[in-house]
Write a protein that binds this ligand. Structure first.
Ligand SMILES: Nc1ncnc2c1ncn2[C@@H]1O[C@H](COP(=O)(O)OP(=O)(O)OP(=O)(O)O)[C@@H](O)[C@H]1O
Length: 506
């Protein structure tokens, strides 16, 4: 078998941490090679080296047997290496076409109509459902990811790196993407797939390199290795995939939404006459395909988007038009969908990011002066409890944390603040199975303390594992709300497609 890519004995250090410690990765031509590792294990660093974004301190890279030096992404592109990043690299106010041709030879002088046509054809061919004329700001996170995939396909890459490509895709989109990957390798291309989702590795990958804390633990043939085995190789202990929880002890209504109407960014109703209540001591999960009004609903509840009509009552207080700080103060916590845009200040430290919502009041500050010692201990507590790993602890910049560790930081900050209502949107996006197990147990513990949790997730498994009741959204409407114990994935799947239960029974 010929190796299309060989990364030999790669070492990369950052202040306080060895991100890659003597890593060897060999990818065969025509295979889908998965890389599995905990959050912060060094996967993105390794791929950034291959893509010319970082330079290894030591080691060698060979492409098709020839040693190469990859100084920047242009070198990588020339060697036929393409990458879909975990965090999108798109200009928000540009169209899809502009983003795709940006940085390509000829760039903006390219004939846009021809470029748009080629993009449209690729989109249709791979079922990506992207209109080349749409502006990035107006499309969902899931669609933005597909634009990244299109960008790579547009440049005819031979070796395609996917860094957590399915984290925001719907089950159907994931299926489609798997199909795309299979057809890519059938054409002789090679795929490197970084994912935390073991079932995806099982479904498409040929081999898997497992890394833990910067070191290679082993390379396995996927068809001969169980998901449980891969999980324990990665985490270093057995992992439980089921959430242990007692029946909910529900109390008073915490969140009461009445006939809510909210516009989306296209100025049409994204949320239509939506009513829902969430009680203390329960987790209500919102199930739905991405783009069916969940974002607008959550933005309305958290104060990020204006309400057209209807009301939002929080523990007896009308907060329909309240400002965000007031919502925080009366006990609303929010784990946002887009952790980089809304969750963290990337250029600031972990410490500042933990303090960001609390710094102005006691006990975090007194008479306008920060209680630095208290804040430091508080930040240390969040980092320790949620296992946020980085080179320089609370003094690391948030932007230097691995994607999963950024996510753990946000979840930790919001849970430790102990809000009456925790709104958790995709709380385990990008997390490894060990971290998911922990975050799930923390969300259940939050409920068991008598707090309310409103969960939005595109993972039906997660919705079913955590929720006491499931509210299904389709086209901005509440299709139905059902007890988790009285439904199943097929029924919820039908409702997600807009079929009301009674219609389904007919
Ligand atoms: N530019 C940087 N400066 C400092 N530390 C960094 C930098 N980039 C990565 N690191 C650190 O290197 C380690 C490995 O990070 P990396 O992003 O490679 O992990 P990962 O395996 O991709 O994790 P995840 O699954 O969470 O995405 C982390 O501890 C991270 O904080």
């Amino acid at each position: 078998m010929s190796h299309v890519i060989e990364m030999l004995n790669i070492r990369k250090e950052f202040p306080g941490i060895v991100a890659n410690d003597d890593i060897t990765l060999q990818v065969e031509q025509g295979e889908i090679h998965a890389i599995l590792g905990e959050n912060g294990a060094g996967k993105s660093t390794l791929m950034s080296i291959l893509f010319g974004l970082y330079h290894a301190d030591k080691g060698q890279i060979k492409v098709k047997g020839k040693e190469v030096r990859i100084n920047d992404p242009n070198d990588a592109n020339e060697l036929g290496i393409g990458m879909v990043h975990q965090h999108f690299q798109l200009v928000q106010n540009f169209t899809v076409t502009e983003n795709i041709i940006l940085g390509k030879e000829g760039g903006f002088f390219l004939d846009r109509r021809t470029a748009s046509k080629k993009i449209k054809d690729l989109s249709v061919k791979y079922g990506l459902n992207i209109d080349p004329n749409m502006v990035i700001d107006d499309i969902t996170v899931g669609m933005q990811q597909r634009v990244e995939i299109l960008k790579m396909l547009y440049r005819n890459a031979e070796i395609l790196i996917f860094d957590e490509p399915t984290a925001v895709l719907t089950p159907q989109e994931i299926e489609d993407l798997m199909g795309i990957m299979r057809s890519l390798v059938a054409e002789g291309k090679s795929v490197i797939l970084i994912t935390h989702k073991l079932n995806e590795i099982k479904a498409v990958a040929d081999r898997c390199t497992v890394i833990r804390r910067g070191k290679v633990i082993g390379v396995v043939d996927v068809k001969d290795t169980s998901t449980a085995k891969m999980a324990s190789m990665m985490v270093g202990r057995p992992v439980s995939f089921k959430v242990d929880k007692k029946p909910a002890q529900v109390g008073r209504v915490i969140l009461d939404i009445h006939d809510l109407k909210v516009m989306n960014s296209k100025k049409v109703l994204g949320v239509k006459d939506f009513s829902l209540s969430v009680k203390a001591g329960e987790i209500v999960g919102i199930a739905g395909v991405d783009g069916n009004g969940q974002t607008e609903l959550i933005e309305a509840i958290t104060g990020l988007r204006e309400v057209e009509s209807g009301s939002i009552i929080f523990d007896g207080n009308d907060i329909t038009n309240a400002d965000i700080r007031r919502r925080n103060e009366i006990g609303l916590g929010h784990i946002p969908e887009d952790r980089q845009k809304r969750g963290l200040v990337m250029s600031s430290t972990v410490f500042n990011n933990v303090a960001i919502k609390e710094y102005y009041h006691s006990p975090f500050s007194k008479r306008g002066i920060l209680e630095a010692e208290y804040l430091r201990e508080y930040a240390q507590k969040v980092v320790a409890q949620f296992d946020v790993r980085s080179g320089e602890g609370i003094f690391s910049l948030a932007g230097k944390l691995s994607g999963g560790n950024q996510q753990k930081l946000i979840v930790g900050r919001e849970v430790v603040a102990d809000p009456e209502l925790l709104i958790a949107v995709q709380p385990t996006r990008g997390l490894d199975v060990g971290a998911i197990e922990y975050i799930h147990s923390q969300l259940v513990a939050h409920r068991d303390k008598g707090h309310a949790v409103l969960l939005v997730s595109f993972e039906l498994d997660e919705i079913f594992n955590l929720s006491d009741r499931i509210a299904v959204m389709n086209s901005g409407e509440l299709i139905d709300i059902v007890k988790t114990s009285e439904t199943n994935e097929d029924e919820v799947g039908l409702m997600m497609a807009g079929v009301k239960q009674k219609e389904g029974e007919q």
